[in-house]
Design a protein around this ligand. Structure first.
Ligand code: ADP
Ligand code: MG
Length: 433
């Protein structure tokens, strides 16, 4: 089990943007895939996971660093490496069979062989009988099975999976994961190794032999965890939940030095840091929940995640926001309300707004900045574009929009300043103050 199939050394990726600063998305990423293993790459959205997969597949070349597959540099038509996408990426005007055959067309396989192999792949992945159906006639789960068949039909040695289950409902995703693992364990696929990108901790623990924890800004591997559990894995087992817990702790303990969460701990958030887009009502709801029994101010994160059922990524965003606002702290896999967080939870609406406004000004530089600009302008008004342009010059476009939306919704709740959606104008709620 020690044969290295794929090897990445010191990969960095910087995107050059026509205006504003260049964006460094990956920083010194080294990893290898060995024969017989499923490796999970676990990280939040925007951390550069898809970019890394595109580099491995030879679709883009990295700014620096090398990718070798079987000891050879990977090129554009990386034979032996196939990919499954989150969005299925099927052609609507082609049938299931034709979509799968497409995987082979580029390889110049003879028509008859192409058909035979496509039918085999369709059969293997459980789509028998759907050969002449069109994508629109299929459920999400079936569509993704086509995605798998199209990847597997080329007999790849390595399968790259980019959040392949995250667009599916929970039950459908579960079935597909189990089916895939059965095929893997029984060696029914020609695959030698799998790289699974996900933002779901349970999914990573369910499927991987090794988990690489990917941290953001810029993307880098922050930790590696071996999962020594036999397939099929039992989510209810003590070993499984302990592993999920351990990863939670790693992902929330501030070990991700370059993350905004860690920046928040050091009280160094700048105007250009990413902000999680969560609604103030959800934040308030979470604080109430935390303050009340059985938690009484402190909760085990995985237990809280289970109890709320919002999804791990959502919870991580909410917690990040509470930490940034200094309304809660995270330690050893637990979240704990700060004294002011407790006060907030116990307060009535007006007092809550005051506490929130105060925390926004003190801890979120972007909120303070917008507030100051509005104060300094004669009419106490400014268009959205005024702030968006400045943010976009200094951070990724998506992140800029997201940060501005987050601050806007928080400030509205706190009545710190107002925003008119139609006019796209900010104004002070109470200019005389
Ligand atoms: P993930 O898959 O982890 O969600 P991505 O790799 O898709 O992350 O994106 C990471 C960052 O790189 C994002 O901020 C995204 O906007 C940026 N990015 C991705 N591709 C490009 C590109 N071609 N040009 C500029 N920025 C890009
Ligand atoms: Mg992605």
């Amino acid at each position: 089990m020690d044969t290295t199939l794929l090897d990445l050394q010191h990969i960095t990726q910087t995107f050059h943007r026509p205006e504003g600063r260049d964006l460094k998305v990956l920083d010194d990423v080294s990893l290898s895939l060995k024969e017989g293993e499923i490796v999970g790459l676990l990280g939040k959205s925007g951390s550069g996971k898809s970019t890394l997969l595109r580099i491995i597949a030879g679709l883009i070349s990295p700014s620096t660093g090398t990718v070798t597959f079987n000891g050879m540099p990977v090129s554009q038509d990386a034979l032996g490496i196939a990919m499954v996408f989150q969005t299925f990426a099927l052609f609507p005007w082609l049938t299931v069979l034709e979509n799968v055959e497409l995987g082979l067309e580029a390889l110049g396989v003879a028509e008859k062989e192409m058909r035979g192999r496509a039918l085999e792949a369709i059969d293997l992945i459980g789509l028998d009988g759907y050969e002449s159906a069109y994508p629109r006639e299929l459920s999400g789960g079936m569509k993704q099975r086509v995605g798998f068949a199209r990847a597997l039909v080329v007999n790849p040695a390595i399968l790259l999976m980019d959040e392949p289950f995250s667009a599916l409902d929970v039950l459908t995703a579960e079935t597909l994961k189990t089916d895939f693992l059965d095929l893997w364990v029984e060696k029914k696929m020609p695959l030698k190794s799998v790289l699974l990108v996900t933002h779901n901790i349970e999914e990573a623990v369910l499927m991987s032999d090794r988990i690489l924890i990917f941290a953001a800004n810029p993307g880098h591997i922050a930790a590696e965890i071996k999962v020594d559990l036999r397939y099929p894995r039992d989510r209810q087992s003590a070993a499984f939940t302990a592993m999920v817990e351990q990863i939670y702790t790693l992902m929330t303990s501030g070990m991700q030095k370059r993350d905004v969460t860690a920046a928040a701990q050091r009280a160094e958030v700048t105007m250009y840091d990413k902000l999680p887009r969560v609604s103030p009502n959800q934040l308030a709801g979470l604080m109430e929940e935390l303050a009340a029994p059985p938690y009484n101010g402190r909760a085990d994160l995985p237990a809280l995640d289970q109890a709320l059922g919002l999804g791990t990524e959502e919870i991580l965003h909410l917690i990040e926001a509470l930490r940034l606002l200094k309304l809660a702290e995270v330690a050893e896999g637990d979240i704990q309300l700060t004294p002011l967080g407790k006060m907030f939870a116990d307060a009535g609406t007006q007092k809550r707004k005051m506490i929130f406004a105060e925390h926004l000004i003190q801890n979120i530089p972007l909120a303070a900045f917008i507030y100051r600009v509005l104060q300094s302008r004669p009419g106490h008004q400014a268009p959205r574009i005024r702030f968006l342009t400045q943010l976009e010059d200094n951070m990724a476009e998506e992140d800029a929009e997201e940060a501005l939306s987050a601050v806007t919704s928080w400030a509205r709740y706190a009545e710190l300043f107002a925003y008119d959606d139609n006019a796209e104008m900010y104004s002070l709620e109470n200019p005389s103050a």
